[in-house]
Ligand binder design. Structure first.
Ligand code: NAI
Length: 339
């Protein structure tokens, strides 16, 4: 009998319920048996439970150790700390993995992008330690530890080896942040020297790295980045392959994983049925692979690839040049899956 997987489902804010609902429908249509443990985070959690990250959600994540999560909104310039940062820190989800790939049928300036971003997820500028020293002067601390830098470098190199990747590139700003980014580099070099000499290793100052990325992304393979650079470069890379609607992601800790797209809650299109669910569906595929459901993952991938490769505007969302809504695209993927 097929195994039933317990998965925490967090719809999140904005387009979250639309795209996570689509991903759930596709996973169920593929015949995978999932016991969804529905929990809340973000605005809906605040309305229902008086907290943006209820204790029950964290407890469920600790218990079931696997989640499919939608985006959660974070107020700008004040208000609560990002729910994502809280989840990643509290559960020690130290590595974000974001595969950025050219997709047949989604035309962009580039054809051969095959990048995997590995982002440190727990510290750096996202430590959230800020204060006002005197009115008009604030201080934000970038916390960098040898332990976390070594851990993410080991993860990045191990990922590269496991996935038959040839090179790891670290982006940094160690010319200015000599100690903070200097430590990141020192740890990356040490990890490579100790255990990964078979993998090519490059370092680029991040401004130059961004320029090289938009000139010729095919030069890059695995990118290992600190928290802040990883956040920004993820969106930049998404722009190379069709935008935020087409890039999935996962946050890994030891024996625990939360799968979520790179994109945010997209308040500009929320509730309109326009969001591209592809990134959430792809995040679901990453989750199925993690759970060992590789056959179902492969079939879902085959289905959305076939729908996109057909280049039918009626079967793709607006962000990638079509006129379908979230549901029409999802229906097309499910029809292909079952056909
Ligand atoms: P965003 O990613 O929500 O949106 C940026 C642009 O991309 C918007 O024009 C949006 O319509 C478009 N877009 C994003 N996802 C799309 C999709 N699936 N289909 C079609 N178009 C899509 O970024 P923004 O506007 O900077 O942030 C909005 C909120 O999301 C903020 O509160 C931010 O903190 C939060 N956020 C949450 C994340 C998470 O929970 N993992 C990640 C990034 C942002």
């Amino acid at each position: 009998m097929a195994k039933t997987h317990a998965v925490v489902l967090i719809e999140g804010d904005g387009i979250g319920p639309e795209v996570i609902g689509a991903s759930r429908r596709v996973i169920e249509a593929a015949g995978v048996s999932v016991a969804w443990k529905v929990h809340y985070a973000g605005a809906e959690a605040f309305e229902k439970h008086g907290a943006v990250l209820p204790a029950a959600t964290i407890e469920a994540l600790r218990e079931h150790r696997c989640a499919l999560k939608g985006p959660t909104g974070t107020p700008i310039g004040g208000g609560h700390t990002s729910v994502n940062v809280q989840i990643r820190q509290q559960l020690n989800l130290y590595a974000a993995v974001r595969p950025v790939r050219s997709i047949d049928g989604i035309d962009t300036r580039y054809k051969d992008v095959e990048i995997v971003i590995v982002r440190e997820n727990t510290e750096g500028l996202y430590s959230g330690i800020e204060h006002q020293i005197i009115p008009g002067v604030v201080e934000s601390l970038k916390i960098v530890t040898e332990a976390a830098c070594t851990r993410i470098a080991e993860f990045g190199f191990a990922y590269a080896r496991e996935h038959q990747r040839k090179s790891v590139t670290v982006f940094h700003k160690a010319n200015i942040l000599k100690m903070a980014d200097g430590l990141f580099l020192k740890c990356s070099r040490a990890v490579r020297e100790k255990s990964f000499k078979d993998i090519e290793y490059k370092e680029l100052i991040i401004d130059n790295g961004c320029m090289q990325l938009v000139r010729d992304p095919s030069r890059f393979d695995v990118l290992v980045l600190d928290n802040f650079y990883g956040d920004i470069v993820s969106d930049l890379c998404a722009g190379l392959v069709g935008g935020l609607g087409v890039v999935p992601g996962a946050n890994f800790g030891d024996g625990i994983a939360v799968f979520e797209s790179v994109h945010g809650s997209a308040p500009d299109i929320a509730g309109k049925g326009l969001a591209n669910p592809l990134a959430a569906i792809m995040s679901g595929v990453m989750m199925l692979n993690y759970l060992g459901e590789t056959a179902a993952a492969g079939r879902i991938k085959g289905a959305y690839n076939a729908v996109l490769a057909a280049r039918d505007p009626a079967l793709r969302t607006r962000d990638i040049g079509g006129n379908a809504g979230t549901q029409a695209f999802t229906d097309a993927v499910i029809a292909r899956l079952k056909g």
